[in-house]
Structure formats: structure tokens, C-alpha cells
Design a protein around this ligand. Structure first.
Ligand SMILES: [Fe+2]
Ligand SMILES: [Fe+2]
Length: 278
């Protein structure tokens, strides 16, 4: 029976100046080298902060290129800037077409589709959603075609930002957008997912591990491969640890394993700032 093994890493936040984060990536790379999945997907925030650290994305690319298996990437807010929201302040580093094109030129496509083991896999750029950029509408048109063209194959969707906490109409999440895909794009995306056979939505961004099922879709939040945020900085809504996620896809089914690479350390961001080199 064909099987496709995919390892999701996320929020690697690489920068040459933060050697402790590079060490965590090295532990992840060793794990991947021993396990040899068919594909690694990084669901965004490859760079520590590309909008302010010009070489961070180049450094992230160097390390990802050295992985011994094929890799696909998706942008995070620290790679191309963040989404504007309907309410609240504009993000300090808003997403822009120039940032997006820089990502595409250096790293590769910011959205993609492929098929393996009887599944259709779709990767989305969640940061352009609600941005008003032409690419936002274009991506939604493209997604509609990719969902309807699955020809009965189950679909696994990858993107940086999760869709919601527990339910689409959670009072805690409905109006906010820093943590989730912003409204009204979120509602549109949830509607499209609900009408298609999307069995998995795999995200990153929050730096907390979560795994739950809503209707026919399993939502997996990959932890950061790199660092965690203290309770002072961020409320605890999942498991605060560094790690990665391993998937095994077979026609019509899949398995999920929550993993931590040997030697991967739960570095706290505040502690990192105080002591960047350890
Ligand atoms: Fe992140
Ligand atoms: Fe993020």
C-alpha cells in the first residue's frame, strides 16, 4: 500500500545571531536525517524576523537547503509581514507584495499543490488574506479550483495561521486575528473547507502544540521548532514545548505523531534575548 511520510516543522525563526536557535534546528535536522521522511514542510516563520533582519531569510534558506530530504515552505508573518485586521491596530510590519516576492525569489512558491498516496496536499499563504493585495483574491480563486479538482481524493491543507481555537464561532476567537486567519477571509476559508473533503488543517504560528477535530477535519497546530513564549507574554491554550509533527498518509487514512527531536531544548524567548548565544 502506498504510504507518504511527511514531517511538519514550523516557526524555526532562524537568524545567524541566535546560535541557540540554530542548535535546535540542528537537532531537528539530525532527527529528519535519521527518519528520512518523503517530504518536510515548514509552515512559516522560517526567519527570526525577515522584515527587520535582512539576512535572516537567507540564513534560513541555507539551513533548509542542507536538509537531506525534499522541503516545501510556506511564509509566516516573520517572513513577509502580517495581515491587517478589520478591527484593532495595523500590524507593525504589514504584509506587502514586495516582501512576498522577496520570499518567492529566495525560498520558492508561497502556495503549492501536489498529490501523493491518494491524497491532495495544498499549501496556502495565509498572510496575504484580508490584505487587499491582488494576490489575495487570486489565491482564493486558485484554491476553489484546487479543492473542486481533487477528484474524490481527501485533502490535507497547510498554512501558517490556524483558523480558530476550538470552534469557528468561539467568542474568544471570532473577532480577533493576530493569532488566527483574519475575518472575513477566515469565514470564507472555513466555508470552502466545509464543502470539500478536507481531513487535515496543519498550521503553526502560535508556538503551542494542539490537536483537535472539528466535524470531519483534524486541526493540528505544530509547535515551534525553535522557542516558546512565557505565560507572561502569551496565554497558555495548548502545550508549550518545542518539537515537530510526523504524518503518515495512506489512501483514505492518516496518522499523526507528536514528536520532539532528541536534544531539542524549550528555549524561552525572554531568556534568549537575555542570553542569545547561551
Ligand atoms: Fe512564529
Ligand atoms: Fe507567526
Amino acid at each position: 500500500m502506498p504510504e507518504f511520510r511527511l514531517t511538519q516543522i514550523s516557526d524555526t525563526h532562524l537568524a545567524r545571531r541566535f546560535t541557540r536557535l540554530t542548535e535546535n534546528f540542528a537537532r531537528v535536522a539530525e532527527h529528519i536525517g535519521a527518519d528520512r521522511p518523503d517530504l518536510v514542510v515548514n509552515t512559516g516563520d522560517l526567519a527570526f524576523d525577515a522584515p527587520t533582519g535582512k539576512t535572516d531569510l537567507e540564513f534560513a534558506k541555507e539551513l533548509h537547503d542542507a536538509l537531506p530530504v525534499p522541503v516545501r515552505h510556506l511564509p509566516g508573518n516573520h517572513d513577509i509581514g502580517d495581515n491587517p485586521t478589520e478591527v484593532g491596530e495595523a500590524p507593525k510590519q504589514p504584509v506587502s507584495e514586495a516582501h512576498r516576492q522577496n520570499f518567492c525569489a529566495l525560498i520558492g512558491e508561497d502556495r503549492w499543490q501536489f498529490e501523493a498516496a491518494g491524497w491532495r496536499f495544498i499549501g496556502l499563504n495565509s498572510l496575504v488574506m484580508n490584505s487587499g493585495l491582488a494576490i489575495d483574491a487570486e489565491q482564493f480563486d486558485w484554491l476553489a479550483g484546487e479543492l473542486s479538482g481533487a477528484n474524490g481524493k481527501p485533502i490535507a491543507l497547510f498554512l501558517h495561521k490556524p483558523l480558530f481555537l476550538d470552534l469557528p464561532d468561539d467568542p474568544e476567537t471570532i473577532g480577533t486575528a493576530i493569532r488566527y486567519v483574519p475575518q472575513p477571509a477566515r469565514q470564507r476559508l472555513i466555508g470552502m473547507i466545509g464543502r470539500a473533503d478536507v481531513r487535515l488543517v496543519a498550521s503553526g504560528h502560535v508556538h503551542q502544540r494542539r490537536d483537535f477535530t472539528y466535524r470531519h477535519t483534524r486541526h493540528v497546530w505544530a509547535p515551534s521548532a525553535s522557542f516558546i513564549l512565557s505565560d507572561k507574554r502569551q496565554e497558555r491554550i495548548g502545550i508549550k514545548e518545542t518539537g515537530l509533527v510526523e504524518y503518515r498518509f495512506q489512501p483514505n487514512s492518516f496518522e499523526v505523531r507528536h514528536v520532539k527531536a532528541a536534544g531539542q531544548v524549550d528555549i524561552d524567548l525572554d531568556e534568549l534575548f537575555a542570553n542569545p548565544k547561551g
